[in-house]
Design a protein around this ligand. Structure first.
Ligand code: NDP
Ligand code: 8X3
Length: 253
């Protein structure tokens, strides 16, 4: 029987890369996001390419009621989720602390932290019942080091880092693996969203480097998910070769 992976934020970037990677390995997929047209198109594409089943679920992870209604009531044949990839997330703006719009802060914290908490709690009963499962949380180098004008985004990813560690402790008794993935620069729609449609500023993020792609990160996630039951990668930081950490880039030579 095919395994099941649930990927939040599968309409773009890293989440879409994960959908493609796990589909190619014959997982059945639950894919989520707010853009229904993209979910439907991905379902059609992956089902026909890989002879798998795809369940698209359209909701905002910030909406607690929707998350618990939809994920808490998964059809019986979709409840045995083997891998949950908590990927949906975003940054909004690069503003000084004293200037950043409060709405941006709320959206980032509600999505990156509350959304991850809701989705995980909604899916956990299914994993606990089976005494197995793997939760993969999308952190960032921004959750390892704070940078200028990163304030609430960094805080949200530090929270993901803390939750990743906390989950691993509390879920130990349920035999559930918990892995944190912390990428550096990945060229996706992330910067376009962060800079609110300013394509020039977004593109400058990747000047002089070869950034990671969604597929690169998906490969690493798939590796973590493919290890034997007794092996768990707890925490993994990956960057482009021309990036050392959240601060240092080699854009020149
Ligand atoms: P993209 O913007 O390409 O993808 C973000 C995904 O998250 C989309 O599928 C989007 O779907 C979904 N999403 C955003 N907000 C919500 C919401 N409220 N409810 C449901 N889904 C939502 O960016 P990435 O692929 O780069 O980002 C994925 C994750 O990786 C994020 O958590 C990000 O913080 C993290 N990350 C990214 C890095 C990078 O450099 N790109 C580096 C380190 C970490 P939709 O709009 O359809 O809802
Ligand atoms: C995305 C990477 O460095 O822009 O999480 O914060 S960074």
């Amino acid at each position: 029987m095919n395994k099941i992976v649930l990927i939040t934020g599968a309409t773009s970037g890293i989440g879409k890369g994960c959908a493609e990677k796990f589909a190619a390995a014959r997982y059945n997929l639950i894919i989520t996001g707010r853009r229904k047209d993209r979910l439907d198109a991905l379902k059609a594409e992956l089902e026909s390419a890989h002879s798998i089943q795809v369940l698209p679920l359209c909701f905002d992870v910030q909406d607690k009621e929707a998350v618990f209604n939809i994920l808490g009531n998964l059809p019986a044949e979709w409840q045995d989720v083997d891998v949950l990839i908590n990927n949906a997330g975003l940054a909004l703006g690069r503003d000084n602390f004293e200037d950043a719009p409060l709405d941006d802060w709320e959206t980032m914290l509600n999505t990156n932290v509350h959304g991850l908490l809701y989705v995980t709690r909604a899916i956990l009963p299914f994993m606990i019942k089976r005494k197995k499962g793997h939760i993969i949380n999308m952190g960032s180098v921004a959750g390892k080091e704070v940078y200028e004008k990163g304030n609430a985004y960094c805080a949200s990813k530090f929270a993901v880092d803390a939750l990743n560690r906390a989950m691993r402790i509390d879920l130990l008794k349920h035999h559930i693996k918990v892995t944190g993935i912390h990428p550096g620069a990945v060229e996706t729609e992330f910067s376009l969203v962060r800079y609110k449609g300013d394509a020039t500023t977004a593109a400058a993020t990747y000047n002089g480097i070869t950034p990671l792609t969604g597929a690169d990160v998906a490969d690493v996630i798939f590796y973590c998910a493919s290890l034997p039951p007794h092996v768990c990668i707890n925490d993994l930081v990956l960057t482009p070769t021309r990036q050392a950490d959240a601060f240092y880039f080699n854009r020149n030579q």
